[in-house]
Write a protein that binds this ligand. Sequence first.
Ligand code: FES
Length: 322
Amino acid sequence: MPHTAVETPEQRLTLRVRAMRWEAASVLALELDDPTGAELPAWEPGAHIDLRFSNGVERQYSLCSDPEDRSAYRIAVLAESPSRGGSRYVHQSLRVGEIVTASPPVNHFGLVPADEYVFLAGGIGITPILPMLTDATRRGIPWRLAYLGAAGERMAFASAPQLAGGETLLVRRDVDDRLDLAGWVGTPGERTAVYACGPERMLNALEHLSADWPRGALHVERFQARTFGESQGAETFEVVARRSDLVVTVDRGCSILEMLENAGIGVPSSCLEGVCGTCETAVIDGAPEHRDSILTPDERESNETMMICVSRSLGDRLVLDI
Ligand code: FES
């Protein structure tokens, strides 16, 4: 099943910037509420929203508040350098009281049931982890967290009360020794779930380590697209859009999403990099060449869905439920 319901314009949320707070060096936290005071849609730890600012820029941000608090969403925005427009707008132009629109919360990084959680956060990667700590603590599930940052003053939420609910290790690169990742994580048991969000190097190292772990133990979320080599799939392939009763040809150099849009089939999309999940589409037949940064190994293997902004086809034909 796709992770996302296709969002209609009526489902977009109108949110007001209720408060902004300097959370750490280069990190601004925003509180967003409904201008009418209504409760916001429910969400679960790991969820994100697609936020669209008044300058037209749209970005995904993890929700980092308490899921039980429906009065406002909290996100945290790191000033990126260079910025592609989103973080610069937040840090330089956005003001309290401004209205923004957002998708309802979407979750590709949900907490699976486990007897123990191991969390790894690097830098702003702490944001999706925070509500997981709250949730695990509430349910009485033991957890460990390693939170890695360049320097203490750059680590948002490093003194948040949520970090006190389990065993937290703060690693500041400017003063602490490098974390022995393999030694600290150990080998997860069958009922241990490991969640990680942070820089690509940390996630790649964990994926490498996880080769010897129980299948499905590692769950990662990427803020940036994973890098892939040249496509190993078909140079040119056909895509049958079953519900639209149309066939398009996809050549190297263009995406399935582009070709469907050129043929008049509108597909919701946002990042165009395979990281947000907005374009996730159900596969009816054929073998996708998955080139996204979201699906788990099991989900890739099942070939039930694919991200059509970046993924391609291994064979000469794909049939999509679209
Ligand atoms: Fe974001 Fe395709 S548009 S994953």
